[in-house]
Design a protein around this ligand. Structure first.
Ligand code: Z5A
Length: 206
């Protein structure tokens, strides 16, 4: 059985993951590949329910509880969306995955990082490629502001929190250069797409 490929997009808020996920999917489909796009937290009805309670801000979760809720959503997402697609030979593009838990809950909220790494190591599948979109917080805030929708619980956290998250993503990318590529997300939409396609071609297609 041929497994599809698993690509994750990571980075802080407003870095362009949703925009780039759509462009990447179109480019891969144009190459004749079968592609699905999905996101975390979410990607199945149960995981989308958990997304609601994580993001709506009605509960200020303890960091360990929040970590486990993200992994519960992920277990559902893996079992019902990601793994079936990969087993059917499809390429899966996922907007956020385990690196977000390490960056947000571990670096950002101070949850136990070795617990997060342990849970991630027990995942049934690891990404073939992770693209980390790296963006200065003020530019991200401008972009989010222009979009004009209500801020979720994470978006309402302060600049120091987002700086820790960014540092976390940069450290993750530096620690795993075979899996991760850090892309400057302050460039134009087209330039970021080109950088991502270069990574996909050299690491997964050539
Ligand atoms: N979270 C967590 O804590 N732990 C976990 O384990 C997981 C998640 C999995 C939900 O994520 C929250 O969950 C997230 C972390 C937490 N919260 N935060 N912050 P989400 O992915 O739904 O939320 P997000 O990261 O904030 O996504 P976003 O706001 O939709 O941003 P994006 O997808 O990276 O960006 P975008 O929507 O493509 O672009 C934002 C705007 O910028 C938009 O108007 C674009 O047209 C514009 N844009 C995009 N690219 C460019 C360029 N290159 N130049 C200029 N303008 C651009």
């Amino acid at each position: 059985m041929t497994l599809g490929r698993f690509i994750t997009l990571e980075g802080g808020e407003g870095a362009g993951k949703t925009t780039q996920s759509a462009l990447l999917a179109d480019a891969l489909i144009a190459l004749g590949l079968q592609v699905i796009r999905t996101r975390e937290p979410g990607g199945t009805p149960g995981a989308e329910l958990l997304r609601g309670i994580l993001l709506d801000g009605s509960i200020d979760w303890a960091p360990r509880a929040e970590t486990l809720l993200h992994f519960a959503a992920r277990a559902e997402h893996l079992a019902k969306t990601i793994l079936p697609a990969l087993h059917a030979g499809r390429w899966v593009i996922c907007d956020r995955f385990q690196d977000s838990t390490l960056a947000y809950q571990g670096y950002g909220q101070g949850a136990q990082r070795d617990l997060i790494i342990l849970l991630a190591d027990h995942s049934e599948v690891a990404p073939d490629l992770t693209i980390v979109l790296d963006l200065d917080e003020p530019i991200a805030t401008q972009r989010i502001g222009r979009r004009g929708d209500a801020a979720d619980r994470y978006e309402r956290l302060d600049a120091a929190f987002h700086a820790r998250v960014r540092q976390g993503f940069r450290e993750i990318a530096a620690a795993e250069p075979k899996r991760c590529v850090l892309v400057d997300a302050s460039a134009s939409v087209e330039a970021v797409h080109t950088a991502m396609m270069t990574a996909v071609r050299t690491r997964l297609l050539d």
